[in-house]
Design a protein. Structure first.
Length: 277
């Protein structure tokens, strides 16, 4: 599932390759995504220029001329690729190419999504902060607002697992399953520990390592599982840096103990029972 680093990597690439381009026409092959793509979508988007590439949590925000923003979420398996004009060949199954944006330089942006959990909708830019998807999100994990005091202040009285707290989008927006697992390993805190039992020093470590790991993952183009590819159709390289995620039964790189996997909040949660408590 694409997380914040994958979306940020995509944003940076599209900023280089697609900013300033005009969308000549859009075509919808399959409108049935997480929600139905609006019937007037192609009519509204055609003729607009891509002015701004922004991101909020795991949402890519494509600011278009005329005060409209394309709000995109890649869901479980979505990819937005920039094709043609030397941007690499299409290795995607064309049956899953659901939206096609023709640009004025002969290239195209294509939204491919085998599982169709993604979301694409147009929002007036002036109303973006009030959009139902964005209005309740907590601070960005890489912003100064996400700090030790902030996280620690949210732990008293909370019996929920610390990993679920870190993945609660209302508390901090954009830390998903992969990076929550990795940050907790680096901070030596078990993912299933009740949040109210986290010390201030541990909260500081969780914040510090969350920021460091997200930053490194962005620099590596993110982590690739299954279908994710960046805008050039390239996989992310961070998978080789993962210490616990996806490594159940394999030896901990620090101590050699087999990595465990416990389901928390319906999500697989990987940890080392020796290094983390
Ligand atoms: Zn270990």
């Amino acid at each position: 599932m694409p997380e914040l680093p994958e979306v940020e990597s995509l944003r940076l690439l599209l900023q280089e390759s697609a900013r300033g381009r005009r969308i000549i026409a859009a075509r919808i092959n399959e409108p049935r995504l997480r929600r139905l793509v609006a019937a007037d979508f192609t009519q509204i988007i055609a003729g607009r220029t891509i002015d701004v590439l922004a991101r909020r949590a795991k949402y890519l925000l494509v600011g278009l001329s005329g005060g409209v923003t394309l709000l995109a979420h890649l869901g479980m398996s979505g990819s937005l690729t920039h094709r043609g004009g030397g941007f690499g060949d299409n290795e995607f199954n064309p049956a899953h190419d659901h939206l096609h944006f023709q640009l004025d330089d002969g290239t195209a942006l294509v939204y491919n999504d085998p599982r169709r959990f993604g979301l694409l909708k147009l929002v007036p830019t002036a109303e973006l902060e009030q959009a139902v998807e964005l209005r309740e999100l907590g601070p960005e994990p890489l912003s100064p607002a996400f700090n030790a005091e902030y996280l620690f202040a949210r732990t008293p009285g909370r019996r929920a697992a610390i990993k679920n707290l870190v993945m609660d989008q209302r508390i901090v927006a954009g830390i998903g399953n992969i990076y929550a697992s990795e940050a907790l390993f680096a901070a030596r805190v078990r993912p299933g520990r009740a949040a109210h039992r986290i010390t201030r020093a541990e909260a500081a470590k969780i914040v510090e390592f969350s920021k460091a790991i997200l930053t490194r993952a962005i620099g590596s183009g993110g982590t690739t599982f299954r279908s994710y590819r960046d805008s050039r159709g390239m996989p992310g390289r961070f998978v080789s840096s993962l210490k616990v995620y996806g490594r159940e039964g394999e030896a901990c790189y620090v101590c050699g103990t087999p990595i465990k996997n416990k389901v928390l909040g319906q999500r697989a949660s990987f940890y080392c029972p020796s290094c983390q408590d």
